[in-house]
Design a protein around this ligand. Structure first.
Ligand SMILES: [Zn+2]
Length: 174
């Protein structure tokens, strides 16, 4: 499940008719979202829409392997696995060009640097440290951790991987 930074200002305005990306085969995984025009740093790309679900329902869907669930607050989560949520095609990257921001329960994807046409749009899925080894990353960036994990946990994971490299199942969890 993803945690995102909470914003205090109002949700961004966006011209919804104006497609900023196309969904194509991705070298990272499956299909991805690729910029079809220049996108400036700070520009809003899409709302990450979905179904608002309870924590209990969220737990059930996470256990089923649903990777599209965002943590909204203590009571609700957002399941982005719905057909009209084009933002679900954005892949995770360890060196992303977008980020997901929480505007009072609405998740918006915004560019964190200038993006050229043809670049794949990515954000950090912000997964917790729980069972990160079940979520390998294939982003291919020079700084790729090999696993999908939130930025704030990346240093810890780097240390853990030195002490206990991926694929080494001989040692127990502490
Ligand atoms: Zn990576």
């Amino acid at each position: 499940m993803s945690d995102v930074a909470t914003q205090t200002d109002s949700p961004p305005e966006m011209e919804r008719h104006e497609a900023r990306f196309a969904v194509l085969d991705s070298p990272i995984e499956g299909r991805g979202a690729f910029a079809v025009k220049f996108i400036a740093k700070g520009e809003t790309i899409a709302e990450y829409t979905g179904e608002r679900i309870s924590k209990a329902e969220s737990d059930r869907r996470c256990e089923d392997g649903n990777p599209y669930i965002f943590n909204i607050d203590d009571e609700w989560d957002l399941d982005g696995n719905v057909p009209d949520n084009a933002a679900r095609f954005l892949n995770h990257s360890c060196d992303p060009n977008c980020e997901a921001l929480d505007y009072d329960g609405q998740i918006w994807i915004e560019a964190i640097r200038d993006i050229r046409p043809g670049e794949e749009l990515t954000f950090n899925y912000g997964y917790s440290l729980d069972d990160y080894r079940d979520h390998p990353c294939g982003c291919g960036k020079p700084n790729c951790l090999g696993f999908i994990v939130a930025v704030e946990h990346q240093e810890q994971v780097r240390r853990e991987l030195v002490e206990r490299p991926a694929g080494d199942a001989s040692e127990k969890e502490q």
